[in-house]
Ligand binder design. Sequence first.
Ligand code: ADP
Ligand code: MG
Length: 196
Amino acid sequence: MAPRAPTAGPETPVKPYPVTCDTSVIPGFGRGSADLGIPTANIPQQAFDSLEAIGSETGVYFGWAAVYSSSTASDQAEAVVPRLGSSDTTVLQSFGNRLSADEVGKVFPMVMSVGWNPFYGNEKKSAEIHIIHKFAHSFYGARIKFMVLGYVRPELNYTTKEALIEDIHTDILVAEKSLEREEYAKYKHDAFFKID
Ligand code: ADP
Ligand code: MG
């Protein structure tokens, strides 16, 4: 395959970007970490549906994201809840209470994958967000705010898992490099991400 460009999109985000979303992290199928070694925070279907401004393109997008302990977390005890479409595998819903103090509300680069959701017989699209930061704990049930600032590439058909993983690692580098540009970097400090 041809080498990929180091950055994506123009020097300044253009319409419809930035597109923002304020939602919560829900369990998915558990494939991100297990199959690819790249965890992706899943979001509720209606949160994805609210992102229609980004258009109908499947593939990989980039931007900024932050996680917060859920505003009602103090009265919510940690709980073990089932995975999407599974009664025998579970996740720990911690509502973000296990995030470290310097992770709560910190804005990190992210890549977001949009694709046809197998849970709905591939009839609905959904999004999954990989935050470019190494977290010590999962944060199911946490509040997540993210801002999409551009599009990296379409969804491709990979012949091997290794090729897919390699491309995602390239997506991560492209997202980081793209977000260093002044007109993208400034959104890291946007009022949208302030804790309320
Ligand atoms: P699931 O199918 O339940 O989404 P994944 O294997 O994709 O399972 O893992 C996603 C979960 O991992 C997220 O919900 C979050 O709690 C946790 N997680 C840990 N680190 C990250 C990260 N860097 N980006 C996104 N999610 C992360
Ligand atoms: Mg996931």
